[in-house]
Design a protein around this ligand. Sequence first.
Ligand SMILES: CC(C)(COP(=O)(O)OP(=O)(O)OC[C@H]1O[C@@H](n2cnc3c(N)ncnc32)[C@H](O)[C@@H]1OP(=O)(O)O)[C@@H](O)C(=O)NCCC(=O)NCCS
Length: 163
Amino acid sequence: MSRRLRLRFDLATLPAAHHGSIVDRDPSVRRVRSEDQRQLADLLLDAYRGTVDDEGEGPEEAAAEVARLLGGAYGAFDAAASEVVELGGAIVAATLVTEFEGRPLIAFSLVHPSWRRRGLGRAGLVRTLDRLRSAGWSEVRLAVTETNLPARSLYEQVGFRPA
Ligand SMILES: CC(C)(COP(=O)(O)OP(=O)(O)OC[C@H]1O[C@@H](n2cnc3c(N)ncnc32)[C@H](O)[C@@H]1OP(=O)(O)O)[C@@H](O)C(=O)NCCC(=O)NCCS
């Protein structure tokens, strides 16, 4: 089994330029709604399919995972910090945050395979960090599979460092 790396982001280092920037007024970006559960489960399944984290889960496992996340199994779900990107009526990206052990945790960063490498993952992460800073947090944590190179590159590029 692949090792999980723990990374942290010091919110004091987030460039001030992001603060209140126009990206938070993008109409395709919105909060998670309770009726999104099925679409989020589909996104989870599509995003992980064929990646190093794919353990062959099906729709039922994905739905259960989303229910656990929103239900607080990984710490209270932070609806104010989390977001989805909806394009053409479909959720194509999501950045989902919980409060775990007294600190914000990026529980999932997901971009549909058809929408990759267009900056959606990075933009969602930066907006989320900005909201967390505005909410008064000073650091953010996450865990990533050591061999998940796309995710590791994204987190490193944004400024996450080993915790
Ligand atoms: C990780 C993930 C969210 C990235 O989303 P994305 O929208 O494609 O990423 P971006 O376009 O914002 O890329 C930002 C940077 O991340 C890095 N990156 C993203 N995908 C990469 C890849 N396949 N290979 C190498 N670097 C990659 C690059 O540095 C990239 O910058 P660049 O395009 O200027 O070179 C997406 O690949 C995904 O959903 N993966 C499956 C789910 C997952 O593993 N999530 C993370 C763990 S919860």
